[in-house]
Design a protein around this ligand. Structure first.
Ligand code: HEC
Length: 285
């Protein structure tokens, strides 16, 4: 199923906005490298704290309610939302709220490690519409200022271990690494190192109608800085919403493959970037 979505999106991307749409939505199918959250400019936020310090009302404008749901409710001109009736737009807004409520991310880290110690950081997530979810280790819970975790001195020492499946299904929670995920990491030449702080996690599929939500985790092996001190670490979670809802996607009737595209379009605000709480880890002997 997830594979079908991937194929659909990849196909659409070729037809629309070349270059741009090849990468978004669908995360970063072609780019196997560390990502920083500033890249997700089209995405919406669930809190203003993640844009603290942004000028004027910019942080408020980025909120889901203002950037995404308001467009739906208003049936904004030149968007797929304008084709829906008012009742349908209300229903879509409710469906989007449901996928957002089901989409969460959590980070588990030790409170203290020794200088140079290799330890595990586990990030678990739920929800997201699929076909992929994006997870990154960063040094701040901020859309504009966060850097890949390595900039703060954390070294990713191994290929991240990824699991994904559907909550409550037989493949939850210990399904082995998803084949799509392996394909994504495998696209990066081994000689460059696949110890990335960002991963596009495949095998993601959620349905608001069926109340069936994806879940997964990424396990990173991280080496602490050599210098004692207190170092910040957080996870960023990039996910989409519209493909998980019955009203949130469109299928081009002329498309023989009947591929789905988000109703808000490739430059719409149906993506999200959210963060875990910022962790302060003590590095001491
Ligand atoms: C041109 C606008 C745009 C930019 C820039 C953008 N995205 Fe997105 N992204 C979207 C949209 C729209 C969706 C949600 C589609 C949906 O609702 O299904 C999305 C969804 C996603 C998803 C979830 C997969 C999916 O298809 O739902 C991931 C992961 C993601 N983006 C990662 C990123 C990353 C990483 C960057 C920066 C490198 C980025 N995005 C930049 C528009 C964008």
């Amino acid at each position: 199923m997830a594979a079908r979505f991937l194929v659909r999106l990849a196909g659409i991307a070729v037809v629309c906005i070349p270059g741009l749409a090849r990468a978004y939505p669908g995360g970063t199918p072609d780019y196997q490298t560390d990502a920083a959250p500033y890249c997700a400019a089209c995405h919406s936020s669930v809190t203003t704290s993640e844009l603290e310090g942004a000028p004027g009302d910019r942080a408020t404008k980025e909120l889901v309610a203002n950037k995404h749901i308001a467009q739906i409710l208003a049936g904004a001109p030149n968007t797929g939302y304008a084709e829906l009736s008012e009742t349908e737009r209300q229903a879509l807004a409710d469906q989007i709220r449901a996928i957002d409520a089901a989409s969460k991310v959590r980070i588990q880290v030790p409170a203290q490690v020794s200088p140079g110690q290799v330890f595990e950081v586990e990030v678990t997530f739920t929800g997201g519409d699929g076909p992929v979810a994006g997870l990154a280790l960063v040094d701040a819970a901020h859309r504009w200022y966060a850097r890949p975790a390595s900039s703060a001195g954390w070294q990713i020492v191994d290929v991240p271990i990824v699991r994904s499946g559907v909550m409550g299904s037989p493949d939850d929670p210990t399904k082995p690494a998803d084949p799509l995920q392996l394909t994504w990491l495998d696209k990066r030449p081994a000689a460059l190192g696949r110890n990335l702080s960002y991963v596009n996690v495949g095998g993601i599929k959620s349905s608001v109608d069926r109340q069936s939500y994806a879940t997964g985790s990424v396990l990173w092996k991280v080496k602490a800085p050599a210098q004692p001190g207190t170092y910040p670490l957080a996870a960023a979670y990039f996910y989409g919403t519209e493909l998980a809802t019955p009203l949130g996607y469109k299928v081009d009737p002329k498309d023989p493959l009947k591929r789905a595209a988000p109703r808000g379009g490739f430059t719409g605000a149906s993506g999200r970037v959210v963060f875990t709480a910022l962790q302060q880890i003590t590095v001491a002997q």
